[in-house]
Design a protein around this ligand. Structure first.
Ligand code: B1M
Length: 217
């Protein structure tokens, strides 16, 4: 698992990827994830290693030891690994508890955490409409118009885009005052969620599932 965390940290996507040069020809996050799952490790154990690698590269970025391209390569390695995890998280048996519309708010390109939430909610029996990253209020509103009973999920990873999240909540609520909107993302808190008038906050995908199930009961 340490090797897998290292692949994410260093941005080693797969065996054929040339970056980083010191790992040329070695297996990357893609192959190691597949192997780990085949040898019986749980999806949660594998995910923990991936998140550990992300945490390390994030800390190095904070310390000025690596740059944006390094974070980008780490994200690519993690996304390659997540392709193998998807079936484990999104294999819900009972389909269609309702529709969950999720997106990362405008100005914010971080989508890995949002993707994990989407997969987990799907696995818990919801139909998920994933609007992607950098999503403006209009797009959410347009989707709500088509699916009036949906629950909305907003993600933000930057302190600077938390304000945009507030805008999205306000603009949705202006048209749909009772719309259930849950929020999450590393810099958020329950206090912030309360302040912007969201229906609920969760720091993790499992909590998001519990929240949306409660909101539609
Ligand atoms: Co960026 N980045 N980044 N980055 N990046 C962070 C977030 C940062 C903390 C790094 C650091 O400084 N240590 C920092 C933010 C600082 C701050 O605002 N406080 C930062 C910065 C500064 C930036 C740029 C501004 C850098 C620059 O250009 N100078 C820039 C901004 C671009 C933009 O968005 N406009 C930028 C760019 C990028 C990349 C594009 C290179 C890349 C993202 C690629 C992608 O996502 N496709 C990237 C990455 C990879 C990171 C780090 C390293 C990893 C993020 C991640 O994927 N984590 C990150 C540092 C870190 O997190 N350690 C960092 C793993 C993921 C599983 O966790 O996303 O937290 P997370 O999701 C969790 C929970 O938060 C929760 O569940 C998930 C699973 O547990 N959750 C929800 C998330 N959404 C939820 C929604 C819910 C419920 C729970 O309900 C709806």
């Amino acid at each position: 698992m340490q090797k897998l965390a290292e692949c994410v940290e260093l941005g080693k996507i797969n065996k054929t990827s040339p970056f980083p040069p010191q790992m040329k020809g070695q297996n990357g996050a893609d192959e190691l994830t597949k192997e780990a799952l085949e040898t019986g490790l749980s999806a949660d154990q594998v995910l923990a290693a991936l998140v550990e690698g992300m945490g390390i590269i994030g800390d190095k970025f904070s310390a000025g030891k690596v740059y944006v391209p390094n974070m980008l390569m780490a994200a690519k390695a993690m996304s390659a690994a997540m392709m193998h995890l998807k079936p484990y998280f999104s294999s819900g048996e009972v389909k269609r508890k309702g529709i969950f519309v999720i997106g990362t708010v405008f100005g914010d390109l971080h989508d890995i955490g949002k993707n994990l939430v989407a997969m987990t909610v799907e696995g818990a029996g919801w139909e998920v409409i994933d609007l992607g990253a950098d999503v403006k209020s209009d797009k959410f509103i347009e989707t709500i118009e088509k699916h009036p009973d949906c629950v909305v999920g907003l993600s933000a990873l930057l302190t600077t885009t938390m304000g945009n999240m507030e805008t999205v909540v306000k603009e949705i609520k202006a048209k749909y005052p009772d719309k259930a909107i849950i929020v999450g993302g590393a810099p958020l808190t329950q206090e912030f969620s309360d302040k912007i008038g969201a229906s609920g906050y969760s720091s993790n995908p499992q909590g998001a599932v519990k929240l949306i199930n409660t909101l539609v009961e």
